[in-house]
Design a binder for this molecule. Structure first.
Ligand code: UDP
Length: 368
């Protein structure tokens, strides 16, 4: 064996795992089928702006250890995510807070907002929410559901809100203060210089080969490493032998504009059903950029089929049951560690991925 670990996927899980192993004196070969490292974190400089090429990534966590861990690799700025929703030209603050309630109903106090929501909740007549629609109606009532949730969610997931699990909407805070911070976490920011240098630093000390596909690589190069860390799609690892898990894909359209400031905010969500994209990202606002030009990306949700990029796992009942079967197959493979959003088939935020990778590396290092 040449290496201790063959790591499949140079995204966040793979990079943190590799860093942990190499800093303990172990050896790693990291491969990725994409031509660049960084996974969906990958950022690239365009017109003097660091562009989040695979969608906005805002690092946030409540865990001080994870925050300090990340800050070894970069200085983080003081960006706070405060997205805006555009519903057919009406502008609302997100997440749902007193600003939103004021814009929606003209209410000024928390008591007035609570009363309005309670009235709409009672009208909906739901006691135990069984799906995303019912969960949303219970949490915020019909007006907010119809203007700010329904269209956006149905575009993003390509299905009716009644077919979606309630937990997706629980990601969004609901507050009765005038606070537009999208996240409740104590620590938040964007690495100055973008995410690509962060991942590159994590991978220093490992051998990295890009544009390399795992299936053919492992067939042609057996015996590279004692163990494998696999961060690709778990169903693909097993050749889809039990069936294909469902994913949601995305398409990004990026353009450089000769305008200093296009939309005045990093993220504007288009929450109506008709606009084909879910959001427009103006990347310079992630880093308080002041240059004369700007870069914007429209994010279009897309159906996923075999061969397309899997972005979000669709954690419905059918897929969860299928994933459980793959997970038990995975459990029989003592030589392979599965991780990351695709390896675990889970809708993780970045800090969760870092925490899981640190734990996996700690466990694995104990065994070498
Ligand atoms: N969501 C919504 N309206 C919005 C933003 C989010 O209804 O304007 C809901 C929607 O159901 C979505 C979920 O919140 O699937 C999570 O959105 P988020 O923007 O956090 O997703 P991510 O950034 O992970 O793609």
């Amino acid at each position: 064996m040449i290496y201790d670990f063959l790591i499949v996927g140079a995204g966040l899980f793979g990079a943190v795992f590799a860093h942990e192993i190499t800093s303990r004196g172990g050896t790693c070969l990291v491969i990725d089928r994409r031509p660049r490292a960084g996974g969906n974190l990958y950022t690239e400089e365009m017109a003097g702006v660091n562009v989040h090429c695979h969608g906005a990534h805002i690092f946030h966590t409540d865990n001080k250890e994870i925050w300090d861990y990340m800050r070894q690799f970069a200085e983080f700025n003081h960006f706070v995510n405060a997205p805006i929703a555009d519903f057919r030209g009406e502008i609302y603050n997100l997440p749902f807070n007193m600003n939103t309630f004021h814009q929606m109903w003209g209410v000024k106090t928390p008591a007035e907002a609570k009363e309005m929501i309670a009235r709409q909740r009672a009208d909906a007549g739901i006691t135990t929410p069984r799906n995303l629609e019912e969960q949303a109606l219970c949490l915020v009532g019909r007006d907010i559901y119809e203007k700010l949730i329904k269209g956006y969610t149905e575009k993003q997931w390509g299905t009716d809100c009644r077919n979606l699990p309630a937990f997706i909407i629980r990601r969004l805070p609901l507050r009765f203060t005038y606070d537009n911070n999208y996240f409740n976490d104590r620590y938040q920011g964007i690495p100055i210089g973008g995410y690509t240098p962060v991942v590159e630093k994590m991978l220093q000390g490992s051998d990295v080969r890009l544009g390399v596909d795992y299936a053919s690589f492992s067939r042609l190069n057996p015996g590279q490493a004692a163990r494998t860390v696999y961060t690709g799609a778990i169903d693909e690892f097993f050749d889809y032998s039990l069936g294909v898990l469902g994913y949601r894909s995305l398409r990004f359209e990026t353009e450089i504009l000769d305008t200093e400031n296009y939309q005045g905010n990093a993220i504007v969500n288009y929450t109506d059903r008709e606009t084909p994209y879910t959001r427009i990202i103006e990347h310079k606002h992630f880093e308080f950029g002041r240059g004369p030009r700007t870069v914007v990306t429209r994010e279009y949700p897309a159906a996923w089929r075999l061969g397309a990029e899997p972005y979000y796992p669709i954690n419905n009942e059918e897929n969860t049951a299928l994933y459980e079967k793959y997970k038990s197959l995975a459990g029989e493979r003592g030589d392979v560690i599965f991780g990351g959003r695709l390896g675990d088939y889970a809708y993780y935020d970045m800090d969760k991925v870092v925490g899981k990778a640190l734990q996996a590396a700690f466990d694995a290092a104990g065994r070498t």
